[in-house]
Design a protein around this ligand. Structure first.
Ligand code: ADP
Length: 474
């Protein structure tokens, strides 16, 4: 069964967030289960593309309105990622360093999708499933079924996975001419709220859509940045499948990015070695409970609540917590977090930026991970922290509900709170500080966390079952 995963990100080629982790691991596990899954993504000018070798397997020109764009399909030579990796290179448009935020982002991702379709169409390939991820490849289902150019592929089943329903990639009707040879009686399938909405179009046109956790599937009809009604009417073809993690990349026993490897048997010593390294680097006290936050500094993640919540805790003479933040995003939030650094040296530090290796060390060395998210489709941070015996403190939303049980409940191992508020964060930090004093219980809970199985094995199977239900020829 030949599956093409289409995505803007894929670890380790180019990563901005969890989308990359999923697209960099799910196909690998699908291949281990006997499928033939490949990833197709834009060619960016990054370390991975500069340092690896590729074959040019196809080249042609596609038309973006009246503009002729030359493109190449490059294939990574060794398949060392556990899947075939194809990169769409469009000189001058896609071969830049960053994944997002260019003023012509719309043209970039439309051209990426057209080049992909031209390639499989002209090279006479017949994929069993085309699996699109997020709005950057959201126009593919519409084009497959309603553009004359791709008629040969019109029976190809499509699956669309929503990693984040807040971002739609919407644009105005004046750009309709970017979509070639389409059936103009079907343009309603592109529309939402008076514009062309790639996320909405994908949900309407795909054969099945999935969300990255079961709870998020239901939440989309309550909160999806204006698409609530759409999700409500399309819910019959929606499936919630929780993300897995790549247990080879995220393994405290073998991780080369941390200060000392450990297993659940050597957890106390192992975590302390990593905590010591972390505290030395950031001038913190390794004997105090260490709380962390890793992620994008945006409202969605509740990062705006952190400065006040952290300061309240640091000012409380009864509490001993120290904090280390890793992230970047909103400049106001970055500034507020940097300001605390001057005020509380020795108890608080922050690293503004993106650092994959530091993230691994923090998951290994911190005691507690804060996730006060307002929206969390799945969340991978809590899964990584559990794997490294770091207790997640999470707001009860989306995938956090599906993956974290409060330690006060039967079989629990984390801390859950209801509101994305300073008060709820503080209350949870206090609970964690009290737990930190109970070393025996903390130790038991850490072992319980590390024994949990969030590998892809189960979820990859659910995707395979879904594919098989769509393509009975397999
Ligand atoms: P998102 O909504 O950002 O995709 P996820 O929890 O699904 O959130 O995934 C976030 C991923 O990005 C995790 O692998 C996390 O470790 C990583 N990450 C986020 N911010 C940073 C950062 N500043 N430095 C290193 N890794 C980061």
């Amino acid at each position: 069964m030949k599956i093409f995963h289409l995505s803007a990100e894929c670890y380790p080629v180019a990563k901005v967030g969890g989308l990359a982790d999923v697209v960099g691991s799910l196909p690998k596990y699908q291949n281990m289960a006997g499928l033939q899954a490949a990833v197709v993504m834009p060619y960016y000018d990054r370390k991975f593309t500069r340092e690896n070798e590729f074959d040019i397997v196809f080249n042609a020109a596609t038309l973006l309105d009246t503009k002729r764009l030359y493109f190449e399909i490059l294939k990574e030579k060794t398949n060392k990622l556990g899947f075939e990796l194809f990169l769409v290179r469009i000189p001058g448009l896609l071969d830049r360093e960053n994944v997002y935020s260019y003023p012509d982002e719309r043209e970039q991702f439309i051209a990426f999708q057209l080049a992909f379709l031209d390639w499989i169409s002209y090279s006479q390939q017949t994929p069993d499933i085309i699996h699109c991820h997020d709005h950057h490849s959201g126009l593919v289902p519409f084009l497959l079924y309603h553009s004359k150019l791709y008629r040969r592929l019109a029976n190809t089943p499509t699956v669309f996975t929503i990693h984040n329903g807040q971002y739609h990639g919407a644009f105005g009707w004046e750009h309709l001419s970017y979509l070639p040879e389409i059936d103009l009686t079907q343009t309603g399938l592109l529309d939402w709220a008076g514009g062309i909405n790639p996320l909405a179009s994908a949900v309407k046109c795909c054969w099945r859509y999935t969300t990255v956790s079961p709870t998020y599937l239901h939440e989309l009809s309550i909160n999806s940045n204006g698409l609530e009604y759409l999700f409500w009417i399309e819910s019959a073809k929606g499936y919630g499948i929780i993300n897995g993690i790549d247990t080879e990349v995220w393994n405290p026993k073998t991780d080369t990015m941390i200060a000392g490897n450990f297993t659940s048997k050597s957890i106390a010593k192992g975590k302390q070695v990593n905590k010591d390294a972390l505290c030395e680097r950031f001038g913190l006290d390794p004997n105090k409970p260490l709380f962390t936050f890793i992620g994008r500094l945006v409202i969605e993640k509740g990062a705006d609540l952190l400065p006040e919540a952290i300061e309240l805790s640091l000012m409380d003479p009864a509490e001993e917590a120290s904090f280390l933040i890793l992230g970047s995003g909103d400049t106001e939030m970055e500034t507020a977090l940097l300001e605390l650094k001057e005020k509380y040296p020795g108890r608080y530090n922050v690293f503004i930026g993106y650092d994959e290796a530091l993230a691994h060390l923090i998951y290994a060395g911190a005691d507690f991970l804060l996730m006060p998210s307002r929206v969390e489709p799945c969340g991978l941070n809590q899964l990584y922290s559990l794997r490294y015996g770091t207790m997640p403190l999470v707001r009860s939303t989306g995938g956090l509900i599906d993956s974290v049980i409060d330690f006060g409940d039967e079989g629990g191992y984390g801390i859950r709170f209801n509101n994305a508020s300073v008060a709820d964060i503080n209350h949870s930090v206090s609970r964690a500080c009290a737990l930190y004093q109970n070393t025996v219980l903390l130790q038991q809970l850490r072992k319980r966390m590390m024994a949990l199985d969030f590998s892809w094995d189960r979820s990859a199977k659910e995707y395979i079952n879904l594919y098989e239900s769509l393509n009975p020829t397999i």
